[in-house]
Design a protein around this ligand. Structure first.
Ligand code: FPP
Length: 246
């Protein structure tokens, strides 16, 4: 258990979550409901990302992780994948300046090799430009799959045993943690999923061990900083014990 988890139990009162992660779901249903194309739904979804960032900053959250594109999303029709990649390009091009001004550090997790060269370059530039910011870390999960992340971590750890860097006996949770894409990022305290679906969909499976979950019927494009604030209020009413006794 982390020192923060122990402090939370001892104080009896939950503090504001340090890390909130969101499964942004419902762009397609929002589009159908509003009689517009899926592409327009995703564009509105990209606008809601700004709302989530503002919500996180207003609520004093330090890490915000957004599930923008899963490893399974590559199986969507090519025009939709291309739409989503186009949106991402636009986002990286247009938002980095605003993020910088707001003191937001950007970090992207996932299988970068699957992304096109220009997107990889834009990500590197954006991460570099924002690396000294400390108000909020915005983590975008892109071409991300949690099982894939864990398999990668297992390979890294196995390799370190093969090369004699460590022995089998010294493998512990920290050795795995160090090899995950999320290395150095605290576990999420709260995971929100929009659109009424109640699944994790291969998102942060290892990291979610003690997370609280909030499922809201709000479709992602309708998500606002107010929805974010309400989620935090709900979280604050919960009793987190991390498996310990009250
Ligand atoms: C789920 O809606 C959403 C996605 C697969 C992509 C999320 C992407 C965005 C919010 C926009 C781009 C993000 C950034 C960071 C610029 P869905 O299409 O699965 O909706 P449905 O289940 O209602 O069909």
């Amino acid at each position: 258990m982390t020192a923060e988890a122990i402090a939370t139990i001892e104080s009896g009162a939950p503090s504001a979550p340090k890390h909130v992660a969101i499964i942004m779901d419902g762009n397609g249903r929002w589009a159908a409901k509003n009689g517009v194309s899926r592409s327009k739904g995703h564009r509105k979804g990209a606008d809601a990302v700004r709302e989530a960032i503002e919500g996180a900053i207003n609520c004093g959250v330090s890490y915000l992780t957004l599930y923008a594109f899963s490893s399974e999303n590559w199986n969507r029709p090519p025009e939709e994948v291309s739409d989503l990649m186009g949106l991402l390009r636009m986002y990286l091009k247009k938002e980095v300046r605003t993020l910088s001004k707001e003191g937001v550090k950007l970090r992207v997790i996932g299988q970068r090799n699957a992304l096109s060269r220009d997107i990889k370059d834009m990500i590197e530039t954006a991460e570099d430009r924002t690396k000294n910011n400390s108000r909020l870390t915005l983590v975008i999960a892109l071409s991300y799959g949690s099982r894939d992340e864990i398999v990668n971590a297992v390979k890294t750890v196995a390799q370190s045993v093969l090369t004699g860097e460590q022995s089998l006996d010294t493998i512990d949770e920290m050795s795995v943690e160090r090899s995950l894409f999320t290395h150095g990022i605290p576990d999420p305290d709260l995971i929100i999923r929009t659109s009424g679906e109640q699944r994790l969909s291969n998102f942060l499976l290892w990291q979610a061990a003690y997370a609280e979950f909030l499922f809201t019927p709000v479709l992602w494009p309708d998500f606002t900083s107010q929805t974010f604030a309400e989620a935090i209020e709900d979280y604050l009413s919960r009793d987190r014990r991390f498996g310990a006794r009250p």
